[in-house]
Design a protein around this ligand. Structure first.
Ligand SMILES: Cc1cc2nc3c(=O)[nH]c(=O)nc-3n(C[C@H](O)[C@H](O)[C@H](O)COP(=O)(O)OP(=O)(O)OC[C@H]3O[C@@H](n4cnc5c(N)ncnc54)[C@H](O)[C@@H]3O)c2cc1C
Ligand code: FES
Length: 271
């Protein structure tokens, strides 16, 4: 059991627990971290269902452990806009932590893209000297580059670090170094490429997937992907599981159940 798992959390009734926003930190021009007045025991990779009255519940990964648990939120649509309008002292509801989380192994490489770095951050802090690749479209959109000063940075436009995708850097590094496991979270197209690179190199991969969630606890079935429930069986999936997921990197279901390409799913806004 790691340090994070000692503290049990939740009201035990499956109802949102009301917590106070203790601190808000601007991480980059699109992302803020909301620190809650509660220590939560969790495994890196697990998420909370956040409740805002009138707007329902949405899943967010735990990005900071400690006396004040943190979630790092990217501004997207209605729900995240409402969160961005909140101030310290405001209250939200939370359920969780839910999901399986990452399985910790030695000699690891971590590949994060965009908002995907959020669930990877507590993992990086619990691994022994991992090789970390953090990628974003440009320098302004990088997340946690100051929190992890030893990380290799990639930007699509070359405004900071390696110019190109995280996957190109991963391929280069694998020519020189061997790893037991590669952990990844980010745009699904990126994770699919990371997985394929790992398959070719004979390295185990753990990828944290996103699907539209309603209940967050394995009941409604909405987050299903090829027989797996992302909220309960995932969000972290192993190479063995990714190998048999035909929809991985290809399709996902919108809120109304319609199956669309992963590109259209990522672009979709519910307003
Ligand atoms: C396991 C998991 C962990 C996540 N962790 C984070 C995180 O740490 N930081 C972060 O910024 N975002 C995270 N997300 C995504 C986050 O839930 C959405 O960005 C948020 O719900 C957007 O809501 P909105 O109303 O602002 O935008 P909308 O316009 O409603 O949606 C924008 C996009 O967000 C996604 N989304 C919306 N509602 C849901 C939902 N109920 N379940 C899953 N995805 C949804 C869809 O891709 C949608 O296209 C996570 C999602 C999952 C499944
Ligand atoms: S969100 Fe309901 S089963 Fe996963």
């Amino acid at each position: 059991m790691n340090e994070l798992e000692h503290v049990h959390m939740g009201n035990g009734h499956g109802l949102p627990e009301i917590v106070k926003i203790e601190k808000i930190v601007d991480e980059n021009r699109n992302a803020k971290t909301f620190f809650l007045d509660k220590r939560i025991g969790f495994k890196p990779g697990q998420f909370l269902m956040v409740w805002i009255p009138g707007l329902g519940e949405k899943p967010f990964s735990i990005s900071y452990a400690g006396a004040m648990t943190g979630i790092t939120v990217y501004l997207k649509g209605k729900f995240t806009r409402r969160l961005f309008e909140m101030n310290t002292g405001d209250r939200i509801g939370i359920r969780g932590p839910y999901g399986n989380g990452f399985t910790l192994k030695g000699n690891a490489c971590v590949v994060g893209g965009g908002a995907g770095i959020a669930p990877l951050a507590p993992l990086i802090e619990n691994l022994d000297d991992p090789y970390v690749i953090l990628g974003a479209k440009n320098a302004d959109e990088l997340l946690f580059d100051k929190r992890f000063p030893d990380a290799m940075i990639t930007t699509d436009d070359g405004s900071k670090g390696f110019s190109g995708f995280t996957t190109e850097l991963l391929k280069n590094i694998l020519k020189e170094r061997a790893f037991d496991v590669v952990y990844t979270c980010g745009p699904e197209i990126m994770m699919k490429k990371v997985f394929e690179i790992c398959e070719n190199a004979g390295i185990k991969c753990q990828a944290s997937l996103e699907r539209y969630m309603k209940c967050g606890i394995g009941v409604c079935g909405h987050c299903e992907i090829d027989g797996f429930r992302v909220c309960k069986d995932g969000p972290v999936f192993s190479s063995e599981q990714l190998r048999i997921m035909e929809s991985f990197g290809k399709t996902a279901k919108l809120k109304n159940g319609e199956k669309v390409s992963i590109e259209d799913y990522t672009r979709h806004r519910y307003e």
